[in-house]
Design a protein around this ligand. Structure first.
Ligand code: UDP
Length: 241
């Protein structure tokens, strides 16, 4: 195994990362670029679990705005993450990376149910595990899922891959030219400053369980590898002061 900083990681991919330019749906070309990056890191011997979002297809909050019951709309969001997971699995396997999808909502014909010990075993055997369906509960997000699964499988870090944003800023760099980037923060900073890194539930879970986070730009080739090798890119959010 190469000299990597981390040996077991959670990679959080938002739905946006799967949609590409148009911001909606599933774009296999975009997934292919991402998969090459994942394969590169997998080849280093790093154990990778991926938590995939679903915002490219559906968000519970949108359904709620349109008059749906929130829980119902959230279940649809969970299903969206499962579609993304299957697309990701397909492309990973086409690139020779062995995978398993585990869903938090049972769907036995399609994927394994989430079983913690089994997920760990898959990782030890060199399979990339894709966690789909979020936490399985409405009112949560896939960021919270990333924090939860990271704690459960003892991942050393959550890699928060962002679309065209290279870290955490004091204001939105896409709207404000003078936005300042943070090199390092604590989860408490994120919560108290109201920074848009993860939602507050995900941040407090990461803080309580001392899980560091690296926020970086997914769209620069080689970035996942850079983070894994310990290069200081993006913003590191530390578990504690
Ligand atoms: N969701 C949920 N519970 C979870 C995770 C996700 O209800 O534990 C639903 C929720 O409706 C959310 C949608 O799935 O809007 C898509 O997930 P998320 O918004 O986290 O995706 P991302 O923003 O990462 O694309």
């Amino acid at each position: 195994m190469a000299n990597t900083k981390y040996s077991r990681v959670i990679l959080k991919l938002s739905g946006e990362a799967i949609a590409g330019e148009n911001g909606f749906g599933i774009n296999p070309k975009v997934i292919t670029e991402m998969v090459k990056e994942v394969k590169d890191v997998h080849d280093l011997g790093v154990e990778i679990a991926i938590v995939v979002g679903g915002g490219n297809i559906w968000r519970g909050s949108i359904g709620e705005e349109m008059g749906m019951e929130r829980a119902q709309a959230d279940y649809m969001g969970m299903l969206a993450t499962i579609m993304n997971a299957l697309a990701l699995q397909d492309v990973l396997e086409n690139h020779g990376v062995p995978t398993r999808v585990q869903t938090s909502v049972e769907m036995r014909q399609i994927a394994e149910p989430y079983i913690r010990r089994r997920a760990i075993r898959h990782l030890e055997k060199g399979r990339v595990v894709i966690f789909a369906g979020g936490t399985g509960n409405p009112y949560f997000t896939t960021d919270t899922t990333a924090a939860l699964r990271a704690a459960e499988i003892n991942a050393e870090v959550i890699l928060m891959a962002k679309n065209n944003v290279d870290g955490v800023y004091d204001s939105d760099p896409r709207l404000n030219e003078s936005a300042q980037k943070f090199e390092e923060l604590t989860h408490l900073d994120v919560i108290s400053k109201g920074l848009k890194v993860m939602d507050a539930t995900a941040s407090s879970l990461s803080m309580d369980n001392d899980i560091p986070l690296v926020v970086f730009n997914l769209n620069v080739p080689g970035n996942i590898r850079r983070v894994i090798l310990g290069e200081n890119i993006g913003t590191t959010v530390k578990g504690h002061e």
